[in-house]
Ligand binder design. Sequence first.
Ligand SMILES: Nc1ncnc2c1ncn2[C@@H]1O[C@H](COP(=O)(O)OP(=O)(O)OP(=O)(O)O)[C@@H](O)[C@H]1O
Ligand SMILES: [Mg+2]
Length: 246
Amino acid sequence: MLVVENLDVSINNNIIIKKLNLIVNRGEVHIIMGPNGSGKSTLSAVIAGNKKYNIINGKIIFNNNNLLDLNSDERARCGIFIAFQYPIDIPGVSNFNFLKTAINNIRKSNNLLILNNANLISLMKNKIKSLKMSDDLLHKCVNVGLSGGERKLNEVLQLLLLEPKLCILDEIDSGLDIDSLKLVANTLNSMRNKHRSFIIITHYQRILKYIEPDKVHILYNGCIIKSGNKFLVEKLEEYGYDWFTK
Ligand SMILES: Nc1ncnc2c1ncn2[C@@H]1O[C@H](COP(=O)(O)OP(=O)(O)OP(=O)(O)O)[C@@H](O)[C@H]1O
Ligand SMILES: [Mg+2]
């Protein structure tokens, strides 16, 4: 499904990602962990199509599409969703209008019928309820006035409604309280199926209490230095990152 091959990325002449290789097959859940500043968010931004970053070398292929030839909108239409580490405010755009545009654009790309407002409202309310959020959210502007944890839940709401094929979640667990973390993890588990893949970027072992990953990777200094199963995280907790670089 996703193949990242020999990727080198720079910004302002600083190389941030170096010879990164990653293969995520359909239906798999991958966890990426790594020290602060190791390039995890840069990798998500590059897959999302953020033009700030300079791709020096390498390929990113998603379901036979060369992603580097597509703009971020086209990548979203292909079924890629990124929940950013710091979800931004969009003043002046209500959640309802934002979600409506996103849902119907993606449905159009998949040759599905456009949903009318009544259908959209009922769909959105249903998902909002499942995340124990308030319906008022629909009238509020995207992320404006939301707490850190509420922003993360709002990202999960988008994920639930857009039903992407590849979900890249950058620190979706940061800032969530104990109950919300469980709710988010259960929601992600409920979305798992043999066609949908996840890349979950995290600093903490705790989300792995609820989510069973297929693979765990350590991203260090812009490069994946080690891949393994969930037991890699236990080693990491015990020895720290430096142990893996010796
Ligand atoms: N827009 C930018 N301009 C300059 N440097 C940048 C930019 N974006 C990222 N960097 C640098 O690239 C490196 C990797 O940053 P990135 O945000 O990808 O790290 P990360 O692994 O996500 O860290 P964290 O765990 O703290 O979120 C850092 O040294 C950062 O300063
Ligand atoms: Mg980051």
